[in-house]
Design a protein around this ligand. Sequence first.
Ligand code: ZN
Length: 296
Amino acid sequence: MTIPVFYADFPKACLCRYLTIVVVCLTSSFVHAQFRPLIKKFFLGQDSVRLAIYDAGGKNFAFVHVHENEEASLQAGLTSLAAFGGKLITLQHSRDGSTKRNVTFRHNKTTFSFDPNRIFTHDRSVLAASITVIKGKGKADNSVIEMVDALARAIWDELAGYPLIIALHNNKNKPSEYSTRWLFFKHYEPESYSITSYVRKFDQVSDSNKSCSDIYINPAINNSEFFIVTRRSDFDQLLRLRYNVVLQNDRPVDDGSMSVLAAKNGIRYINAEAKHGRITEQTAMLRLLLDAEVKK
Ligand SMILES: [Zn+2]
């Protein structure tokens, strides 16, 4: 495990005013305890989403973590925040002590659900399609769409002014398979999302494929670990470093994902993807990225 080192200046009035304390942290939990997040509570109907905002100083980049259950990417992000500075925003919304990908909330005797990486759009029809009713007889009317849109704007506003957004995600990395349900029904599960989702396969296009301009795949790296970038200069840089990378094209499908909104606003955006649980690998990916960043 990497051992992060913290430097903290004492206040002037302190006897040790010119001394610098070097704190060596031996556990990652201790690392994260160094940063107390600012919590902003955002109400959605009867429920709420907490925006936990960690600020380690520096205005060069901000990390964003929207899928609560992708815990490895959050750990890797917090370790990188300690090492390189910046800001990190994460969403907290589960009410039962677990962590969940989708946000659910109750409003007008109906329970709604949405993927928090499908809400960053100015297209109301895309946003409306992102919100599903999972219980009750209500529907995603204007008031519901407004609530979710306001959350998206609140998250986006936290990232304002940062020239680089680094998104943190994890994927399942599972091949296609048949599973048995209800004792005898076979259920087909397609292969999970990976860098090969961007490859055009068997003459069939997908939204991922349609949004992709270039791909570099290093055969020595697993298909779960890759970057998605919106700038060709970042693609070229990661290609030189021989790391798996996808370049989003300049006409990506608007599915409400933050990468599309960032590109539309001309903001540099890099998504770091790794398999669930791979904290070490994802921390190394972020170090590769940020080491190159600080040398610029
Ligand atoms: Zn994710």
